[in-house]
Design a protein around this ligand. Sequence first.
Ligand code: GLN
Length: 275
Amino acid sequence: MGRKVTLATCSLNQWALDFEGNLDRILESIEISKNHGAKYRLGPELEICGYGCADHFYESDTLLHSFQVLRKLLESPITEDIICDVGMPIMHHNVRYNCRVLFLNRKILLIRPKMLMANYGNYREMRWFSPWNQLRKVEEYFLPRMIQEVTGQDTVPFGDCVLSTKDTCIGTEICAELWNPRSPHIQMGLDGVEIFTNSSASHHELRKADQRVNLIKSATTKTGGIYLYANQRGCDGDRVYYDGCAMVAINGDIVARGAQFSLNDVVLLCLLKET
Ligand SMILES: NC(=O)CC[C@H](N)C(=O)O
């Protein structure tokens, strides 16, 4: 029997180290997603602290303030009854990772660290982050006390894992992972993942939007299923321009595409799909 799912992705004008502004834009995007009836909301890469924090990623304050924002998100009534997928840097066993945090109703479901890094052209991720290179391996992550107080959890799964729900299975990809010949969506697709997500901070270059479209089409042509793409939009305090253009693809076709050069801080794309 077919079931309906409503999913939301977005592009946000996040700024490096603008923790309060970034929080407001994340909450706004979650609120709009909920108004559209979405049960899952995806945002861009490292949206809590901003992608372009550069050597500020070395500062423990950047990680601390990211957790403070995560706590505010967990506590907010706006995040109730919707799976929120947000990006932030997290230190695990004294190693810094570029992560997605998935949570629902004040419980963290999983933390997924980036596995294939962007370390070419304008990107220098290996300077600040280590890749998680343990395929299908999950460890226990001890939550900081300020998060434990809200979630009531001591530890949560951290690693290469997917989210299984009663109806479907959601797998995460982070930006450059889509651009790599070892893209996780291939194995995830073989493992039964139906909804693939990609949180990006992909800057504008001529004809790069077309490359993204081709990569996403090709991914879902091979695996089938839904692919949600979120991107940063704006300058992020850097000297590049991220051009948004959130997208949704189904079985090889792009079915929705957000504005590429919008002047709005929050651009949301919503999809209602019968599965
Ligand atoms: N942040 C990233 O991982 C970006 C890498 C990718 N090549 C892109 O431009 O989209």
